[in-house]
Design a protein around this ligand. Sequence first.
Ligand code: NAI
Ligand code: MG
Length: 492
Amino acid sequence: MIVTAHALAKTLSGKHLIDGKLASPQLGKNFPVLNPATGEDFSEAASGEAGDVNAAVQAALKSQKAWAKKPARERGKLVAEVGRLLSEHQEELAQLMCLETGKAIRTECRVEVSAAADIWTFYGGLGSELKGETIPFSHDMLTLTQREPIGVVGAIIPWNVPLLLMALKVCPALVAGNCVVMKSAEEAPFCVLRVAELAQKFLPPGVLNVLSGFGPECGGALVEHPAVRKITFTGSVETGKIIAHSAAEKLIPTTLELGGKSPMIVLEDADLDRAVQGAVIGVRFTRQGQSCTCASRIFIHRSLHDEFVARLMAKVNAMKIGNPFDETTDIGSIISPQQFARVRKYIDIGEKTPGAKAHYCGQLTKDPQFAQGLFVQPVIFTGLTNASPVAREEIFGPVTSVMMFDEFDEAIAMANDSSYGLAATVWTRDLAKALQATQRLEAGFVQVNQNLVVQANLSYGGIKDSGLGKEASCEAMCEHFTQKKTIIINMR
Ligand code: NAI
Ligand code: MG
């Protein structure tokens, strides 16, 4: 089975996808791609720079007019066809993702491919929703707005959920009539490139182009290219700000999804079983915590603290950490040595904090084949405060901190005491408290007694340092991938 993914990675080695075809980088440079579960470089990806970016943008520009002229529902039908094709290729794509990201095949990779295919299918049906309005302006003037494509969209994605994020950016952009140049993350270039290659069966050449490469050389060149008229980005706050600066120079719009420090508040009357299960999902243990919505701060009523921690530890202790291709594995490896070091750094900070305790959970593989793998045992901290860097900064690892409160207002205040504002959950049977929490929590996405992941038809995006704009949903397509024109027709 693993051979298939390796073979596929070989055929995609050293290539971009430009104007409908796999293409070598102009300067002939490649970089190694790591299998983080084994510590081996298994293939090489094309290292894109300004010349490649320009070739891809020119291909997108060349296709832009004809694509925009195609009726919106026709564009949608093609996008939906890609979704169907991805479902047919689910296993192959899941294996490729497993190889390059170290995420477990059963708990993560297959699930992500089907979620991505669902997004292609969802947006494929939304062509007819690109509506404008008529405005009651004057009785003898017909006044209306019309949504038009913006032009060439530059999309930059990270490595944690590559196919999901690719779909959330590419699909609404394409259905709205834009052409796209996407830069994949250097850690996970191949599954994204394979999707782009498969998509060429239905999309005209140049409509979707994919480059691999490093941030400043390839991503920076894409943001700065004069013909790129919109940037959609997911990643760190730091990079998001650099991109926003460059976009400001060109006065082009951006959508930025920049992570979080998402609180989970468990009130005194909560259903503890549900809350514990919600924490297992919320911390994204099966994704090594590498999620922008990771429930990395759990505020629990003092009376429930010990019981909650014991039950959460029992659940996580039952999880197997190791070979991501093994069907019995729950938790795979961290993506890269850099992220591994970052996660270890925060665990060390927590461990050295007086009064804090690190509870290591889960069954770590002892298989010598994976001795070089970037595996981290999940850590549940107790005894930290909300002022600790562990509770303030985004770790992007399988680490959470359980902190106590006595009063509802105190829990809300601690939850909001963060530079981030992406997602939040509250767990209670008290309807009034639940409603108050939904109103008072500073986050773009608030859930009560559940912890669902991104859904295709629900708009998703943060406030504060978590970013600008929304993704997923019809709203995101209309508001972030079109520009509105106002038209007045004097009928006299
Ligand atoms: P990053 O933000 O540096 O990288 C994300 C993407 O941006 C990659 O494709 C990268 O090549 C590109 N990029 C980097 N610098 C760029 C530049 N100057 N111009 C244009 N594109 C550029 O994130 P990285 O280094 O992978 O992870 C660092 C931290 O960021 C993580 O520990 C985590 O806290 C956060 N992060 C948040 C994510 C989210 O879902 N919001 C996803 C990935 C990382
Ligand atoms: Mg970076």
